[in-house]
Design a protein around this ligand. Sequence first.
Ligand code: HEM
Length: 453
Amino acid sequence: MPHLALRSLAQKYGPILFLQLGEIPTVVVSSARLAKEALKTHDLALSSRPQIFSAKHLFYNCTDVVFSPYGAYWRQIRKICILELLSAKRVQSYSFVREQEVARLVRRVAESYPGTTNLSKMLALYSNDVLCRVAFGRDFSGGGEYDKHGFQKMLEEYQELLGGFSLGDFFPSMEFIHSLTGMKSRLQRTFRSFNRLFDQMVTEHLNPMREKEEHKDLVDVLLDVQKEGSLEMPLTMDNVKAIILDMFLAGTDTSAVSLEWIMAELMMNPKVMRKAQDEVRSVISKGKEKVEESDLPKLTYLKLVIKEGFRLHPPAPLLVPRETTERCEIEGYQIAAKTRVFVNAKLIGKDPKYWEDPNEFKPERFMESSVDYRGQHYELLPFGGGRRGCPGINFGVLLIEIVLANLLYCFDWQLPNGMKTQDLDMEEAFGISMHKKLPLCLVATPFGISMND
Ligand code: HEM
């Protein structure tokens, strides 16, 4: 569990560590003050990403936004991402997708009553379906298509393969290690199944006979950008596929994982659950079937619950690794170019210097506080910060808010089989995003919704 090992090392040696991990010089920063140095003062010097073996294989040689090295190409695609793919207007235009998929999630959960519902699985289906529809204009969860395309398996593989802590990642000059560990063939298999699916999607979108939807999906948007021909560096079809893959993968796991942890914390903290439920049930007009996006601004306590969830369980506990483009100095230490840098957001979120009772789930702590998660407050960094900070914050938060509000509005939640809160397993499984080790299985009793829908 790298994040636990790094915590012990930080406790022993302080908030900045140098580790020689195989051939890779690595710096780990674990305090808000030094995170500010890294992400603000030295933002430019730390603005590249290491070209890890798995990312090269899965993301078309790192031509996506997340793993692209710093430079003119990354600047161009990041701009497309911010102006075209994830602009406030575009994100808003998909509200009908989110609302339909939330309704489907509510139906699926209601169907499991009076049995237990595997909420982790339901949340993963929800976020996959939203992102598939937004990215490709259709979902894959109906009609066994997940299996047909190996979707579920592929997503699990992605999560594991991109963890970045596999042996071969630390010995880049010895590529054969990846073959010995079986990593290379897993990567090739996963890449091939994704690529096949993407080729099919692109072909469908290029078909002039294809019926145009009212709202363009992201493949449409990117193909339009590509066709316009005004780009300094024209996008190849592989570039288009890499960027779409990013949108899809960066958005699904992170939002599902956040929801999974927040619901687990609410089960552990019944008073907080009650308060959040009271809010949503009192604010939403009586008789309304579901919470709509237009209701969300009224749910102020729910927003604090989400913030507290991000603090204790940032979905990417070490953010996404950075790489220095030039020499820089942090805390009097010289850091050479091409050093890998991790910011330990998870540890920073629990630093007793900034947080009273850091291990407790207390959304009230944010009531009188202006601290938020948009990258300006370095004690709370679930989305990173600086020029490589997450461009999908608005989208990600909406995906979470609308689900959480509806889960609390439509159901009362219990642990199964007389289980007590202290029996709930909160163990973490390390990956590029950090899931619960065991899925969250709960009993959801429908509250005021018709079971005949
Ligand atoms: C709860 C939801 C999310 C969380 C917690 C999250 C977290 C992160 C983090 C920690 C980074 C790295 C930041 C850094 O290096 O400083 C990142 C980057 C990124 N995220 Fe998100 N993310 C979320 C949702 C999304 C969504 C919905 C999308 C798009 C659909 C998205 C797209 C991206 C992209 C493209 C990058 C790479 C930016 C770059 O390297 O220039 N994220 N995200």
